[in-house]
Design a protein around this ligand. Structure first.
Ligand code: SF4
Length: 349
């Protein structure tokens, strides 16, 4: 999800996982050291999301000072945007692997997930968000969702809304999500709730825009305690872009079908099915899906079975139209145009 330029709403760097506000994150060093000692680990891999990579060496220094002398710490330099995106090379070569910034997509004895809870107070901005929510006397039902970073305050947020006479609907999504009320850029199953309005508390527009795309019937109010703003998710620009890409791809003859090799992004069967049913489709495997890597393939269009947000958020940067699997079915005429919907990702790695 790199190289964003003009349409930056979905940029993962705007989700609050960055150093911009000089916030301190809790790296849970004691828990890491305890596990290292318990397992008598000699090699430890550390993986940070993009916005926090700069802190990596300092965290390694802090751990070195606390750990036994014979423990070696190694930093992953691979891009990282989610728990779907573990550095499996480093993971296989280390006794303990610490993944910072995301909650588990799947539990594994080898991995310590350190979610890095935000210490930003969400309640002042929630207070402001009440102006965008319906008055509880008229519509008390509200859904509540957030990201892994704010999960530590989730129960308090529910109580806070209940104290203001809202009936709060929350749901634990599917296996890809760890917590009740948690959303991912590719999974909004926690918002399948019986309320017409959903309050998203978290940094940036990346998640709430996906949420509004996935649940077009709901009013998605964004209370962003990181940037201190309240907005209502507006998917118009997003939808226009998707329709434009589908239209452009309708004349395509040669299709590149991308299979992403990242551990939690593989949709092999879906990719296979497309290739089996289209003689002019070629399966292309890759980890990072970037415009540069696709430029040399002489394709008319691409369909991406990896991270859906690469397609929807970074799509305009690719030299040829890039579609989700569902959009591909529309472009080749198997489905009508109004079948267009947001691509979500289910299951674990
Ligand atoms: S596949 Fe999902 S969890 Fe992984 S980077 Fe994309 S949106 Fe995030």
């Amino acid at each position: 999800m790199s190289n964003r330029s003009d349409y930056s709403e979905g940029d993962l760097r705007n989700t609050g996982m960055s150093l911009r506000h000089d916030r301190e994150w809790d790296y849970e060093l004691d828990r890491i050291i305890e596990t290292i000692e318990e397992r008598d680990a000699k090699t430890v891999g550390l993986q940070f999301p993009e916005g926090l990579k700069r802190r990596g060496p300092a965290v390694a220094d802090d751990l070195r000072a606390l750990a036994p002398d014979d423990v070696t710490f190694m930093l992953s330099g691979q891009p990282c945007y989610g728990a779907c995106d573990l550095d499996t090379y480093l993971m296989r070569r280390t006794d303990v692997f610490v993944h910072f910034g995301h909650s588990p997509m799947k539990d594994s004895d080898k991995i310590i997930y350190v979610p890095l809870f935000s210490n930003v107070d969400p309640f002042p901005i929630m207070e402001e968000s009440l102006e965008e929510l319906a008055d509880p006397a008229e519509d008390p039902d509200v859904g509540l969702v957030t990201t892994a970073q704010h999960m530590n305050r989730f129960d308090e947020m529910v109580e806070w809304l209940e104290e203001r006479d809202y009936e709060v609907h929350t749901r634990r999504g599917d296996d890809r999500l760890t917590h009740e009320g948690q959303v991912l850029g590719c999974n909004y199953a926690s918002a399948d709730i019986d309320a017409e309005q959903v309050l998203y508390v978290g940094g940036g527009k990346f998640h709430p825009l996906g949420l509004a795309m996935e649940h077009p019937d709901k009013n998605v109010v964004i209370a962003d305690p990181v940037n201190n703003v309240v907005t209502v998710a507006d998917t118009e620009q997003f939808m226009k872009q998707r329709y434009a890409s589908v239209h452009k791809a309708m004349d395509a003859e040669k299709w590149g079908v991308i299979f992403c090799t990242k551990i939690g992004q593989g949709r092999w069967e879906q990719a296979q099915e497309i290739v089996e049913n289209n003689d002019d489709a070629y399966l292309i495997t890759m980890d990072e899906v970037t415009p540069d890597r696709l430029r040399n393939f002489a394709m008319d269009a691409f369909v991406n079975t990896g991270c859906p947000r690469i397609t929807t958020d970074d799509g305009p940067q690719f030299h040829k139209p890039m579609l989700t699997p569902g959009e591909y079915e529309i472009a080749v005429g198997n489905e009508p145009l109004d079948a267009l919907e947001f691509d979500t990702f289910h299951g674990t790695w």
